[in-house]
Design a protein around this ligand. Structure first.
Ligand code: FAD
Length: 325
């Protein structure tokens, strides 16, 4: 990809962070970076869903952004052998079948709870982007040959939910960073509960639902280490309530799923962006800034590798046509 950019006359700047920009007459005049100014006819903003400094920068410049509903919860991990047994109902033959996956969804008290990014034979990984926060995510190696199966299990969060939790902080109900603040609050609570570094707080699954602190934790894939902690003290009350009622329901759909052999780790909070950057449906430009093109997952137009790549392609080709005119 880099070669294609360079052959077409482009440049690639590594280690070059956009730290600010200059606005003039409803347009971006240039970007500020530690290496100097960068000037262009148009600017594609595709900084991902964790570039909080970029959302804050836009907000400081009074550039319109919106709070966007997302989902937050935990990662649950079972032995892969148990998931194989539940899903295949027969002895698992690794030469004949891939490690089993699952997809679960449940409605609890008008709230959706669902599995997200299930990773067969996978690993729970630390994914925080700032000190003092814990975020966990998951991935599978190509052979899917780790002895564990993990999945995000998350609950939907909208403006109303976030405001109910945060209103005592003085934040306004229509603050575009409301959901981001909610996300950050839980990530900080998980860090404090873990006790520092990238250690994450965790509980066995049945203990989690029955509000018992786990006396021990099973072996697991999370390399920085886990600390047994009552997660109802980490998660917002309604998220905990939905999860603790939903897991036994999952156990009815997949017999054997609801077990203390499984572990629950907090917190899975980066399911999608908590902010949306608006854009015109055809020209794809920001409504206030004529030469700014919000793009990808961070702007709220994608939810994964392929959809982010497709949105990038769409923005680039739309922009190329406009610049030719
Ligand atoms: C552990 C893990 C596992 C995942 N597994 C999957 C999976 O299996 N399948 C799937 O579909 N998705 C998966 N995802 C999600 C996927 O990675 C994202 O959906 C996707 O990368 C979003 O693409 P994007 O281009 O919008 O943003 P990103 O890939 O986040 O790219 C944003 C880029 O902008 C840069 N940037 C940010 N701020 C600035 C700045 N100020 N100046 C300059 N550059 C900046 C960042 O460094 C980054 O390179 C996973 C994510 C993680 C963390």
């Amino acid at each position: 990809m880099r070669d294609a950019i360079i052959e077409a006359g482009g440049e690639v700047h590594f280690e070059c962070k956009m730290t600010g920009f200059k606005l003039r007459d409803g347009r971006i005049e240039h970007l500020e970076t530690p290496n100097g100014h960068v000037q262009a006819d148009a600017y594609i903003l595709a900084t991902g869903h964790s570039a909080r400094d970029v959302f804050e920068l836009l907000h400081q410049h009074r550039i319109q952004i919106e709070a966007k509903p997302f989902a937050l919860g935990v990662r649950v991990e079972h032995p892969q052998a148990l998931i194989n047994e539940i899903q295949y109902h027969c002895a698992f033959q690794p030469d004949e079948l891939p490690p089993a996956s699952y997809s679960l969804v449940q409605q609890i008290q008008q709230k959706g709870m669902f599995s997200f990014c299930m990773c067969p034979g996978g690993i729970i990984a630390p994914a925080a982007t700032a000190p003092g926060e814990i975020v966990v995510n998951g991935w599978s190696p190509s052979k899917r040959n780790n002895p564990f199966a993990n999945s995000g299990i998350v609950v939907e969060v909208n403006q109303h939910d976030a405001y109910a939790v945060l209103k005592e902080t003085g934040i306004s109900a229509d603050d575009p960073l409301l959901l981001l603040s909610f996300q950050q609050m839980v990530e900080k609570a998980a860090y404090t509960a873990g006790g520092g570094k990238a250690v994450a707080p965790a509980q066995r699954l049945v203990d989690f639902c029955e509000q018992r602190t786990s006396a021990s934790l099973p072996s697991n894939s999370y390399l920085p280490g886990l600390h047994s902690f009552p997660l109802q003290e980490v998660l917002p009350e309604y998220i905990y309530r939905v999860l603790s009622k939903g897991f036994p329901q999952f156990g009815k759909k997949m017999k054997g799923y609801y077990t203390n052999e499984a572990i629950v780790v907090a917190t899975e909070s980066r399911t999608s962006s908590p902010v949306k950057i608006p854009r015109h449906s055809e020209t794809l430009t920001h409504p206030q800034i004529q030469n700014l093109y919000p793009c990808g997952e961070g702007a709220g137009y994608a939810g994964g590798i392929v959809s982010a790549a497709m949105d990038g392609e769409r923005v680039a080709s739309t922009l190329a046509l406009l610049l030719q005119k």
